[in-house]
Ligand binder design. Structure first.
Ligand code: PMP
Length: 483
C-alpha cells in the first residue's frame, strides 16, 4: 500500500475515526512512521526523543522482542482452551517476581479488562459490593471502571454511584495535608478510616480499595510513607481486599523494586498490570492469591494469554534482566531528578518535582507560593519541547504536570538533553510572559492570559528548531487547512 500523505492521513482519520479518540499534540499531531529504542521518527524523517511511551518499556521495536513475537506467530498461535508451554512458563516467571501469596495468574488483553476482573474477584471473594477509590484516579475505559474513575466523571457526566466511595489523593503538594504535616501518610490513611466508618453507618460493605501504588494518573503522586500500610490494614479489617493497579508502572520502572507496591512494603491481594508487559503488544494480566482466584465461577478470554503474547512477554522479561534495565531506571532516574532539581531555583514556574526511577513528574505552576496549576504554560512547554524534538506530555488532573516516562533504555545523556531543553523552553515561557506586554498584571494573570500565538512567537527564540524538517507550526497550518 503506498504511504498516505500527512494530509490524507488527517483527512481519513477525521472521516473514519471517532473524534473523541485522543491524539497527542492535537494542534499539530505527529505521524510516526518508524521507531527504535527511545527514538521515534515522523513522516519527514525527523527524530524525536520519546519521553511519553511508557508502553514501549524496553525500547521501541526491541529486536529480541520482535523476533520472539515473529517466531511464535509463524509457529503457532491459538485462542484460549489448549494447553501451551509458553503460557505456563510465562505465568511461572511472573509469579517468581512476586511475593509468595500472589501465585495465580489470569491473562487478558488490556488494563481495563484486568481491573474489571479485579472488581469481580473482589466481590466474589468478599461477598461485599462497594469500592473505595482515590479522587482524580482512573482505572479503565469500560463501564464498570468509568464508574470508579472520578477523573472521568465530570467530563462524561457520570453520577457518582452509591457503592463508590472517594477518598482524598495523598498528594502532599496539592492535597489537604502538605509535606510539612506531621506524618502525612497516617493523616491521609485516617481519611480512609473515616470513610470506612461512614460506610458502616450506612450499612454498606467494602469489597475493595483500588489505587495505583505510584499514582501516575493523579500527576505522578508518590504516596507518603506508610500510607498504603495503614490503608491496606484498615481495608482488610473492614473485610475488603486491596487491589494494586500497576497497569502503568511495573516491571522495574521505579528502579528500586520490580513492582511499585514493593516500595511501600505492602502485599496487595490482587495486582493488575498492562502497558509494559508486551512492549506495545496488547496484553495484560492479573495476579492474585489462590483463595481469591478460587472464588471465581467462570472466566474465559479468547486472546488472553495467547502464545504470541506470552512469547513477547517472556522476551520483555529477558531484556529487562539481560540489559539490567531496572538498575538503569534507578541511575538514569536520579540523573533526571538531580537535573530538574538543579534548574528549579531559577524557574519561578517550576513547582514540585517528584517520582521514582523512570517516571518523573514536574509541576508547572503560576508561582511557587500559590502553587496554582499553570495548564496553558504546561501545554505550550510541551509544544515547544516538541519543536525541539523532545516528546513530553502535560498530564495530571490539571494538565500542568510534565510527565517523563520514557522507554527504559533512556540514558543519562538523554536525561541531560531533556533537562537542558526544558530549562531553555521554560525560561522562554517565563520570559515570554514578560515580553508580551502584560508585565503590569499580577504574575498569575500574566501567565494565564497570554494568547498562545504571542507566546509562541516569543518562544521561537528559546529553542532551535530543525531546519531540515517541517516546523510544527507549518504542520499545524496544514492540519487546520482541512477544517
Ligand atoms: N489503570 C490505569 C492506572 C491506567 O492508566 C490505564 C490506562 N491509561 C488503565 C488502567 C486502563 O488500561 P487500558 O487502556 O490498557 O485498558
Amino acid at each position: 500500500m503506498p504511504e498516505l500523505t500527512f494530509k490524507q492521513t488527517c483527512e481519513m482519520r477525521r472521516n473514519y475515526v471517532g473524534r473523541t479518540c485522543k491524539l497527542h499534540f492535537e494542534a499539530s499531531p505527529l505521524k510516526i512512521v518508524r521507531a527504535s529504542r527511545q527514538y521515534m521518527y515522523d513522516d519527514s524523517g525527523a527524530e524525536y526523543l520519546d519521553c511519553i511511551s511508557i508502553v514501549s518499556h524496553v525500547g521501541h521495536c526491541h529486536p529480541h522482542v520482535v523476533h520472539a513475537g515473529q517466531e511464535q506467530m509463524a509457529r503457532m498461535t491459538t485462542s484460549a482452551g489448549f494447553l501451551n508451554d509458553t503460557m505456563v512458563d510465562y505465568a511461572k516467571r511472573i509469579v517468581e517476581t512476586l511475593p509468595d501469596k500472589l501465585c495465580v495468574c489470569f491473562f487478558v488483553n488490556s488494563g481495563s479488562e484486568a481491573n474489571d476482573l479485579a472488581l469481580r474477584l473482589a466481590r466474589s471473594y468478599t461477598k461485599h459490593d462497594d469500592v473505595m477509590v482515590v479522587e482524580k484516579s482512573y482505572h479503565g475505559n469500560i463501564a464498570s471502571l468509568l464508574e470508579i474513575s472520578p477523573k472521568r466523571w465530570k467530563q462524561m457526566g457520570i453520577e457518582q454511584k452509591e457503592w463508590v466511595h472517594v477518598v482524598p489523593c495523598p498528594d502532599t503538594y496539592r492535597g489537604i495535608y502538605k509535606e510539612d504535616s506531621d506524618n502525612p501518610g497516617l493523616l491521609y490513611a485516617n481519611e480512609v478510616k473515616k470513610m470506612i466508618r461512614k460506610c458502616k453507618d450506612k450499612k454498606r460493605t467494602i469489597s475493595a480499595f483500588i489505587c495505583e501504588p505510584l499514582m501516575t494518573v493523579c500527576g505522578v503522586v508518590v504516596p507518603p510513607q506508610n500510607y498504603l500500610k495503614y490503608v491496606y490494614r484498615y481495608i482488610r479489617e473492614a473485610g475488603g481486599v486491596c487491589i494494586a493497579d500497576e497497569v502503568q508502572v511495573a516491571l522495574g520502572r521505579i528502579g528500586e523494586r520490580f513492582w511499585s507496591f514493593q516500595a511501600h512494603d505492602v502485599v496487595p491481594d490482587i495486582v493488575t498490570v498492562g502497558k509494559p508487559l508486551g512492549n506495545g503488544h496488547p496484553m495484560a494480566m492479573l495476579v492474585t492469591t489462590k483463595e481469591i482466584a478460587d472464588t471465581l465461577r467462570e472466566f474465559s478470554s479468547t486472546f488472553g494469554g495467547n502464545p504470541v503474547a506470552c512469547a513477547v512477554g517472556m522476551a520483555v522479561l529477558d531484556v529487562i534482566r539481560n540489559e539490567k534495565l531496572q538498575a538503569s531506571a534507578k541511575s538514569v532516574g536520579k540523573c533526571l531528578l538531580d537535573g530538574f532539581r538543579a534548574i528549579q531555583p531559577k524557574h519561578p514556574m517550576m513547582g514540585d518535582i517528584r517520582g521514582m526511577g523512570m517516571i518523573i513528574g514536574v509541576e508547572i505552576v503560576v508561582d511557587k507560593e500559590s502553587r496554582k496549576p499553570a495548564k496553558q504554560a504546561a501545554e505550550i512547554l510541551s509544544y515547544k519541547l516538541k519543536e525541539g524534538k523532545i516528546l513530553i506530555a502535560n498530564e495530571g488532573p490539571d494538565k500542568n504536570v510534565m510527565i517523563i516516562s520514557p522507554p527504559m533504555c533512556f540514558t543519562c545523556d538523554n536525561a541531560k538533553q531533556v533537562v537542558q531543553a526544558f530549562d531553555l523552553a521554560l525560561a522562554a515561557i517565563e520570559q515570554g510572559a514578560l515580553e508580551a506586554g502584560l508585565a503590569s498584571l499580577p504574575h498569575e494573570q500574566r501567565i494565564l492570559n497570554i494568547p498562545l500565538d504571542i507566546l509562541s512567537s516569543n518562544l521561537d527564540k528559546g529553542l532551535d528548531s530543525d531546519s531540515d524538517s517541517e516546523s510544527s507550526s507549518a504542520k499545524k497550518a496544514r492540519y487546520e487547512e482541512m477544517d
